[in-house]
Design a protein around this ligand. Structure first.
Ligand code: 5RP
Length: 241
């Protein structure tokens, strides 16, 4: 077991973080500082997590012993490329930590996730970790959620009627496509990208959506994280609630 020490918010200043990618890299690398020898880690998805994985690969090469559960096939591929040992929930009941990206983060540390379509596995992994750390560049911080269209994973059968029910809750939405083909998640489902005008009460909306037949999971992550690592202009901030 590990005692994960909650520190007050901390800022590492004077870095040359000009591009979004440099800020993502700085956040991803900072998160690696939370990893201790012997930990099992939930490995999130997305371009910020890529930098975490690359750093973890370097640490593994230097002798760090860890195991990860990936939240997407893309993350699994990257983890293999960086020689990070993998495991799964047949071997592990509870992860020591999970680290993941986000598409939007509000003032209460509620999140929109699923821009990469991995929200279901990300939520399963985050919910089964002792601590979930979110890494992002500062463009993801918002006052109120909803600027980023909310991804909702739905079963393919009857997705059209599920979409109509979601629209009645005030969303304009579309079925996610990639290169003109319907995007299929790693779980064989579809994603509806749902633009609500704004999401002032994410918990209420999540609960309403979850009652709709055909909805598998929403990209609203409510109260799941207390620590956010933000790469900003010239600094990396570790924000604790
Ligand atoms: C994938 C996710 C990602 O974590 C989210 O889209 C952030 O991605 P990036 O780090 O590339 O900005 O939720 O489903």
């Amino acid at each position: 077991t590990y005692a994960i020490i909650e520190k007050k918010s901390e800022v590492t200043p004077l870095l040359n973080l000009n591009s979004i990618d440099e800020r993502k890299k700085a956040a991803g690398e900072k998160a690696a500082e939370f990893i201790m020898d012997g930990m099992t880690i939930g490995l999130g998805s997305g371009s910020t997590v890529y930098w975490l994985l690359k750093k973890l690969g370097e640490l593994v090469e230097q002798g760090l012993t860890i195991k990860g559960i990936p939240t997407s096939l893309q993350t699994e591929d990257w983890a293999k490329e960086f020689n990070i040992p993998l495991t799964d929930f047949s071997q592990v009941d509870c992860l020591d930590i999970a680290i993941d990206g986000a598409d939007e983060i509000d003032n209460n540390f509620n999140l929109i996730k699923g821009g990469g379509g991995a929200l279901l596995r990300e939520k399963l992994v985050g919910a089964n970790a002792k601590k979930l750390i979110i890494i992002a560049d500062e463009s993801k911080m918002v006052t109120t959620l909803g600027g980023f269209p909310l991804p909702i994973e739905v079963v393919p059968f009857g997705w059209e009627v599920t979409a109509k029910r979601i629209a009645l809750l005030g969303a304009t939405l579309h079925l996610r496509k990639r290169e003109e083909k319907v995007f299929v998640t790693n779980n064989g489902n579809y994603i509806l990208d749902c633009q609500f005008q704004t999401i002032p009460n994410p918990e209420e909306l999540h609960n309403q959506l979850k009652l709709l037949l055909g909805v598998v999971e929403t990209g609203l992550f409510i109260g799941m994280t207390n620590t956010i690592i933000i790469g900003g202009e010239g600094e990396v901030k570790v924000l604790n609630k």
